[in-house]
Design a protein around this ligand. Structure first.
Ligand code: ATP
Length: 368
């Protein structure tokens, strides 16, 4: 049967372990699409990253950027290498350029305990961790990227920017996500994380949050300061549902969150705008483990699941939403009972073995 819908996916494996987790991810997506059907994905593999910069002098070639703009979704591995840098000493990070250039204001960072993945938290409630951090991704302190100044070797300055336009869209996005999660049995709590007790910019951030919450009265909307959030995320992470915060705070909290559920190899992400979206694992290129077959591809798989869910909802293709669910379920089934132990825990389950277990779970899912 000819599929009724075809999506174009721009595939940017990038550098380091980005390459190693991408092909297994495509295999996993294809297996899920075969099971749920009636749509197809057409992949366009594209060059970008530190290695591309080394070879061509441009980390994000125009042809790659244009192809990303034309695509229905962008799937990215990881980019950057500590030893390949711009002349000013900063690291190559075209994933940040994509966020700014495609206006991907909502950085979606789910932090969910996967059954069977060890947790460093002793509490039995660690298994209940299921929250999403929404990190604003186009302004905040990162608005100063490439614009910071050092004056006379005496003083350095980077400026944090908060705008009403971006905040309104960011908070509405967060409340809509809270409502969607509430419909699936989550508490429906959206927490604004800021430092409104000290900075004017954050008081403004909070004020806009309070304005926008009026449109979502079924949800619980509250505020927690960034420092208290760091504490609460370690003490009682299971109490959070949706957290929305500024770019730099979100950058830090999402790594903390990843640590709560097994590490960077378990933390998927999406950078979503009104027209485009990039899906990539939260981890970087991990030069320390590259080329050894050790990279945990789980975050990449879960990012692909988020992509399928986003495409399916946006274009009303139920099969794509189901394919996303199937991948997430297959990841849970593969790890359940502690069957796989990845390198983050000193185990020897590598990229190939995790991918094989997830593929098996996709094949057997729902079959008696
Ligand atoms: P960046 O500077 O972009 O954050 P990075 O590779 O230096 O990139 P992370 O991605 O945050 O840093 O990873 C930190 C460490 O966690 C890596 O050095 C690696 O040891 C481990 N790690 C990250 N991703 C994975 C993965 N997918 N599988 C196994 N270990 C990983």
């Amino acid at each position: 049967m000819t599929p009724s819908t075809s999506f174009r996916v721009a595939v940017l494996p990038g550098d380091g372990i980005g390459h190693e987790v991408m092909q297994p991810c495509i295999d996993v997506i294809d297996a899920a699409v075969r099971r749920t059907g009636n749509f197809e994905l057409r992949y366009e593999w594209l060059e970008a990253g530190a290695d591309t910069y080394r070879q061509t002098g441009n980390a994000l070639p125009t042809s790659t950027f244009e192809a990303c703009k034309r695509a229905d979704a962008i799937l990215l591995g990881a980019m950057g290498m500590p030893h390949i840098r711009y002349p000013d000493g900063t690291e190559i990070a075209p994933q940040l350029d994509l966020r700014f250039d495609l206006d991907l204001y909502a950085g979606v960072r789910p932090i969910r305990a996967i059954p069977g993945v060890p947790s460093l938290l002793k509490s039995p409630r660690a298994g209940d961790i299921d929250l999403v951090i929404i990190r604003e991704s186009t302004e905040g302190l990162f608005a100063s990227r490439g614009k910071g100044v050092i004056e006379n070797d005496r003083e350095a300055r980077d400026t944090l920017v908060i705008t009403r336009g971006v905040c309104e869209r960011l908070f509405d996005f967060s409340f809509r996500l809270g409502a969607q999660r509430k419909a699936n049995g989550r508490p429906g709590r959206v927490t604004c994380v800021d430092k409104a007790n000290v900075f004017k910019s954050f008081a403004f951030f909070r004020q806009i949050f309070d304005e926008r919450k009026q449109g979502f009265r079924d949800l619980t909307a509250d505020h927690v300061y960034i420092d208290a959030t760091a504490l609460m995320l370690v003490l009682k992470p299971w109490e959070f549902d949706v957290i929305v915060t500024e770019n730099m705070f979100g950058d830090i909290l999402s790594d903390l969150g990843a640590g709560l559920v097994g590490g960077m190899g378990y933390a998927p992400s999406a950078d979503v705008g009104d027209e485009h979206a990039v899906f990539q694992p939260s981890h970087g290129t991990a030069p320390d483990i590259m080329g050894q077959g050790k990279a945990n591809p789980t975050a990449m798989f879960l990012s692909a699941a988020m992509m399928l869910d986003w495409l399916g909802r946006r274009h009303e293709v139920a099969g794509a939403v189901e394919a996303g669910r199937l991948i997430t379920r297959a990841v849970d089934d593969a790890f359940r009972g502690g069957r796989l132990l990845t390198c983050e825990f000193g185990g020897d389950t590598g990229t190939k073995e995790v991918a094989g277990a997830v593929l098996d779970a996709i094949e057997t899912s729902g079959r008696a």
